[in-house]
Design a protein around this ligand. Structure first.
Ligand SMILES: C[S@@+](CC[C@H](N)C(=O)[O-])C[C@H]1O[C@@H](n2cnc3c(N)ncnc32)[C@H](O)[C@@H]1O
Length: 502
């Protein structure tokens, strides 16, 4: 059964049996030092999908202590522990700066790679996508965890794109570290042969060297073109994410091209195999796996990525959660909502989940900034048909997990007034008549000859889960704000094509 998990992949993988997965293709954070903003809709609103900055802090130290403990009983963790201790020396046991960040990043990656190793079958393989920021360190960790002799390739994925580099050459490649679980891991290079480039004139390719006549060149071309050419360990034929077609681009900040992942999957698995991506992002690996008739498991920490994944599986393959694949850690009823809310670590995910139900984007907090906090849900420029110019109006949402108070509602109203915003106050507990009166006092807002209440309440309840689309009639917002993510082009499998032909 195909599965999507929302949560920390370490926790999910630790629950999995040994030797479960045939192939892992994954693209973790790179230690890029960047925080990514997700543009999940066409609105100007931004949302922080995840951060890729690392510090040598208490969780990093705890993780290292945990690796040390596990090293007593596991050979893989023992090798990992030795490797990281070696790197501690290289990085001078630094606790700050780039070196401290690298130690923290490796402490994060190490146990996850050890678990990936454990759950892979003996014929399985892993493709670890990274870049030169950390690829040299990761290769050492991979050699320790997967053992050097199972190293297959360091694949260079080269691409074009603008660069503002002044003091070095433009950095235009990623690294994909390819390892087998064992020496006999499955590999099918014939599955990913590419067409030979046309040979024009003489001397254009090694095939034409010597004094071949044009007829001989043509005969050679035909012979070679039938099977195509084996691909080397440098891939320059797949354009960067920036060049992806509009149909493929979802707006997830680190989305990778599907064809890149299709190549890995075709080369290292068979139809019916189980492919996993523990850092699934917006679901490139799982989309590629489904397209190629493999089973799949995707894990991601942030609910913001599960949404595009879900929509992608729906738009391209017609798949519905719970019916066509399992979905874990994403609330599908009130009981699960309450569990999310109770978990301190997941509170933000609850808040993100709630505001994204309205088609809005969580951004930074504004207003009273209490724990229950509120998400400013971005702003969008609306076309004003009368004035013939654009106006800036924002919509805010405030999410309250506990019992809401009238003071909170009043404070939210003040924030809305200050920012010229309209708002949705989201709760789990019921709101009082006094609160409703506050909302009525706020008045209305007009756009495109339509009138909307300035402040609305959404109490999340069982009725929502029974019929999620009912929210659209319950909460009325100008259409632009409800624009869903771009629809992806439907994928038709070979089987469907055959059926259609019959
Ligand atoms: C570089 S992105 C992957 C992008 C993906 N290849 C795509 O095409 O969309 C890395 C992802 O790892 C996720 N992530 C980071 N830490 C995680 C963790 N501990 N468990 C699960 N996912 C995590 C982030 O939320 C992010 O979506």
């Amino acid at each position: 059964m195909n599965k999507l998990y929302f949560g920390d992949n370490l926790e999910v993988m630790r629950e999995m049996d040994d030797q479960r997965v045939d192939l892992i293709c994954t693209d973790p954070p790179f230690n890029s030092g960047r925080d990514y903003n997700a543009f999940l809709t066409d609105s100007l609103a931004q949302s922080k999908a995840f951060t890729d900055t690392w510090t040598w802090d208490d969780p990093a130290k705890d993780t290292r202590a945990n690796i040390e403990r596990r090293a007593r009983t596991s050979d893989t963790y023992k090798a990992l522990d030795s490797c990281l201790k070696g790197y501690d020396l290289v990085l001078q046991n630094a606790v700050t700066g780039n070196k401290g960040a690298m130690r923290a990043y490796l402490a994060f990656m190490g146990p996850r790679l050890a678990e990936m190793h454990r759950i892979l079958t003996d014929k399985g393989s892993i493709y670890l996508h990274c870049d030169p920021t950390a690829s040299h360190y990761l290769k050492g960790v991979m050699d320790a965890v997967f053992e050097g002799e199972n190293f297959r390739n360091e694949i260079v994925w080269g691409y074009k794109g603008p660069s503002s580099a002044k003091r070095w050459f433009p950095r235009k490649h990623d690294i994909i570290l390819f390892y087998g679980k064992t020496i006999t891991s499955f590999f099918n290079p014939d599955g990913v042969r590419v067409a030979y480039k046309r040979i024009t004139g003489t001397g254009a390719s090694s095939l034409t060297r010597g004094n071949r006549t044009p007829e001989e060149v043509q005969a050679l071309e035909e012979a070679y073109s039938e099977r195509g050419k084996l691909i080397e360990d440098y891939w320059v034929d797949i354009p960067s994410a920036g060049h992806m077609s509009k149909k493929e681009r979802l707006g997830y900040p680190t989305q990778k091209p599907r064809s890149l992942y299709e190549r890995m999957i075709k080369a290292s698995s068979n139809e019916g195999d189980l492919v996993m991506d523990p850092f699934a992002g917006c679901g490139t690996t799982i989309d590629a796996a489904h397209t190629l008739n493999r089973f799949w498991i995707g894990i991601d920490l942030t609910i913001l990525s599960l949404d595009p994944m879900r929509r992608r599986l729906h738009d391209r393959h017609g798949l519905e959660p719970s019916k066509d694949y399992e979905i874990h850690g994403y609330p599908t009823n009130m009981q699960e909502v309450r569990m999310l809310v109770r978990d301190e670590k997941k509170y933000h995910d609850f808040s993100n989940w709630a505001v994204t139900r309205l088609g809005l984007q969580p951004t930074k907090s504004v207003g009273d900034g209490g724990r229950d906090g509120e998400a400013e849900v971005g702003h969008i420029t609306l076309w004003d048909p009368e004035e013939g110019e654009t106006t800036n109006t924002r919509i805010f949402a405030e999410v309250k997990s506990g019992k809401p108070t009238i003071d909170q509602v009043k404070s939210f109203c003040r924030t809305m007034d200050k920012h010229n915003a309209i708002g949705v106050f989201i709760t789990i507990e019921p709101v009082t008549s006094g609160m409703r009166q506050e909302a009525a006092d706020m008045g209305t807002f007009s756009h495109n000859n339509e009138t909307f209440p300035k402040l609305q309440f959404w109490q999340i309840d069982d009725a929502y889960f029974e019929n999620p689309s009912s929210l659209r009639s319950l909460i009325r917002l100008p259409k632009q704000w409800l624009e869903p993510m771009r629809k992806m082009e439907r994928h038709f499998t070979d089987t469907q094509m055959t059926l259609n032909l019959r």
